[in-house]
Design a protein around this ligand. Structure first.
Ligand code: AMP
Ligand code: MG
Length: 347
């Protein structure tokens, strides 16, 4: 399949009538799948009401069929078509964070969305992305769009159109290239179907931000306890992994360096994932700075690109610094743990 590349400047006016956006919207209406930029990562969009379109998303990504998709909308009025009720907590969260990196789980109306998109669950995950190109595409096609991240399942999520093409060129109808995404980690997923909201996946909106709007917010037990069964089916899968094994290292820079030296002596090509502040302390084959530790949102923005870069550099093993598990650091550590398959070396 020929994969179209539509370059779009996200700052131009009247994006809804932009020829590239209109082209992409037409493919969506024909139940083809196209990748689109959002403020978190690139998504792979398809008509959420069409089994045919949703099946194409799962095939292109190689995504397990029991992992439901997030439905993207441009207008809150679209909700009533496929959601039974909007609880007060959800309404408050939408007022505060939509458009933005917050996905809300609602009870689903049967018979509207493709059952494949919701993996047969009685609930549905919905979000309104905060990106002018995504919003223009959603408005122009007029459909609810199911969109997981636009990467091959298991790989780091794409934060640039090039990442999408690395994984999906020839497998999808096209990609709207709107430049690099902003937040860099996926949306926070919060379940509002049962009273007190529960975070199922940490992400771009922090627990503290949610609590400031709705009071008490809980976290799914699986986020702390690896043996608990996660309520978001996707959280059980390995994700975001670079080709080489990745180890998180808890301890001093000297300790991390000693691990590097030991592996180099064994003849391995060793990578280090660090930050701009600490880069100069290490000697290794490949040393990549992933943002600035003093501003954790820059680490989130650079994380997936950095993980992907290690593949280009052909390292045999990667040691990574760890980050404070608070604020957006909670989402960063959640993704890093998955990328590492929870491998952690402590001093
Ligand atoms: P992705 O689109 O790959 O960023 O993943 C979406 C996340 O939302 C996955 O972890 C899904 O399992 C989760 N999710 C989607 N729909 C639901 C739902 N109805 N209930 C719980 N989790 C969901
Ligand atoms: Mg994903």
């Amino acid at each position: 399949m020929n994969t179209n590349i539509w370059k779009v400047d996200k700052y131009v006016d009247n994006l809804e009538n932009n020829p590239q956006v209109v082209d992409a919207a037409n493919f969506l209406r024909e139940n083809e799948v196209v990748a689109l930029p959002t403020e978190t990562v690139y998504g792979l969009g398809g008509n959420a009401e069409s089994d045919e379109a949703v099946a194409k998303i799962f095939v292109a990504k190689g995504r397990p069929s029991d992992n439901p998709l997030i439905i993207h909308i441009a207008d809150r009025k679209q909700l009533s078509r496929f959601v039974t009720e909007v609880p007060q907590t959800a309404a408050k969260l939408m007022d505060a964070f939509w458009p933005g990196p917050l996905t809300i789980i609602f009870k689903k109306k049967d018979g509207i969305l493709s059952e494949k998109a919701t993996a047969g669950l009685a609930t549905v995950a919905v979000r309104m992305p905060d990106h002018p190109v995504a919003l223009a595409l959603l408005k122009t096609c007029g459909l609810p769009i199911a969109a997981p991240s636009a990467n091959s399942s298991g790989k780091p999520s794409p934060t640039k159109a090039e990442h999408v093409l690395d994984d999906l060129n020839g497998k999808i109808a096209g990609v709207l290239d709107g430049g690099a995404t902003g937040v860099g980690v996926e949306s926070t997923v919060v379940d509002c179907t049962e009273g007190i909201p529960v975070i199922l996946r940490p992400g771009g909106v922090t627990r503290e931000q949610l609590e400031a709007v709705v009071g008490e917010v809980r976290e799914d037990a699986a986020l702390k306890d690896q043996s608990a069964r996660p309520k978001a089916p996707g959280m059980k899968y390995r994700h975001y992994a670079p080709n080489a094994p990745l180890y998180m290292v808890s301890g001093t820079k000297k300790f991390l360096q000693s691990l590097v030296s030991e592996k180099q002596q064994e003849g391995l090509r060793v990578g280090v994932l660090t930050t701009e502040e600490n880069h100069r302390f290490y000697k290794a084959d490949v040393i990549l700075s992933c943002g600035r530790r003093a501003e954790l949102q820059t680490v989130a923005a650079a994380l997936y690109d950095t993980l992907r870069s290690f593949n280009q550099d052909n390292v045999d093993i990667i040691f990574s610094e760890i980050f404070p598990n608070e604020g957006v650091g909670h989402a960063i550590m959640n993704r890093l743990q998955k990328a590492a398959g929870h491998k952690l070396i402590s001093e």
